[in-house]
Design a protein around this ligand. Structure first.
Ligand SMILES: [Zn+2]
Length: 317
């Protein structure tokens, strides 16, 4: 099997010494890594995209036609515009996952319930749009707890948590897990938060299509609503289906199990850790490209996401 190269080892050591973020560390290497992953057994790890998932994400893993899937995720609602997103999705026989901010839900409870009734998945983006690395453990726990419970009161059972700004650490993942929430980020950032136009948003997403992609857009961006039909049309022309995150996870589980029985759910439940400690990516404090908000407490923070290169390599020993 492939062993981690000297260059990667040195880079990893420098990372821990310097305290660099995973984002800045791997951003320049990603295009090469992705290209390599198409032609080798190297696997792109899901430990960063989905640090609490037992699945792996690899372009070469999803080979069957029915496995050509992507998950669109729509953050920062509920927003009345979500109904328009849903209409567009419906025209393309597509489903999505909405990540809702808890404290916004009381203003639009019907929107949340309608999205679930339409077959979409609804999950929590926390109760407030805080930068989690600035919160204490107690504040993180309260934030996720409230975000989950405000949905539960509407009859919506969230199983996913997306940390605002993609900022989290191992403690965040554990807190979320204890609350029944799997932390998940994204593999394709539309960068719609940068106020870009419809064409730029669509092209950014379409140019990065890959099996198993998790696409990030925001419901407060009109340009994203207008880009969505372009994204869906291009994806369907290429043979992709757009599914909810829970469906995405099931497909990844099935495919992972097919190629490696150690990744089968029944084995995973009782087996030792899937990978040796030495090759396991550490879920470290991850600083987004964008400077963190000045807020150190539960104050509302600007609504934006900025962490486009989130997948890190895991090379099997
Ligand atoms: Zn957000």
């Amino acid at each position: 099997m492939y062993k981690i190269s000297i260059v990667h080892k040195i880079t990893l050591i420098l990372f821990f010494i310097s305290g660099m973020s995973f984002t800045s560390l791997f951003a320049e290497e990603l295009p090469v890594i992705h290209k390599a992953s198409l032609h080798s057994p190297m696997r792109v790890s899901s430990h960063f995209l989905c640090p609490d998932c037992t699945v792996s994400l690899s372009k070469s893993l999803l080979t069957l036609p029915e496995e050509k899937i992507m998950a669109i995720t729509i953050d920062d609602g509920p927003d009345p515009r979500d109904r328009e997103f849903s209409e567009v999705l419906k025209k393309h026989d597509a489903l999505a996952t909405f990540f809702y901010i808890g404290e916004h839900i009381p203003a639009y409870p019907d929107v949340a319930k309608e999205m679930q009734a339409e077959g979409h998945e609804v999950a929590t983006h926390g109760n407030r749009h805080n930068y989690f690395l600035s919160l204490s453990s107690d504040q993180q726990e309260r934030n996720i707890h409230k975000g989950r419970d405000v949905l539960a009161k509407l009859g919506i059972q969230s199983v996913w948590f997306r940390p605002p700004y993609g900022a989290f650490n191992a403690n965040t993942v554990k807190i979320a897990k204890d609350l029944g929430q799997k932390t998940v980020l994204w593999s394709i950032d539309s960068r719609d938060w940068a106020k870009r136009n419809t064409s730029a948003i669509a092209q950014t997403v379409i140019s990065q299509f890959h099996p198993g992609a998790v696409i990030l857009i925001h419901s407060h961006q009109q340009a994203s609503l207008e880009a969505l039909p372009l994204i869906l049309t291009a994806g369907q022309q290429q043979g992709y289906r757009f599914v909810t995150l829970s469906s995405w996870e099931k497909v990844l589980l099935t495919a992972s199990c097919r190629v490696n029985q150690n990744l089968c759910p029944t084995v995973v439940a009782s087996a030792a850790p899937l990978h040796s400690t030495s090759s396991q990516p550490v879920v470290a404090d991850v600083a987004p490209i964008e400077p963190p908000p000045e807020s150190k407490s539960d104050e509302e923070t600007p609504v934006s996401e900025n962490n486009s290169e989130m997948i890190v390599l895991q090379i099997e020993n």
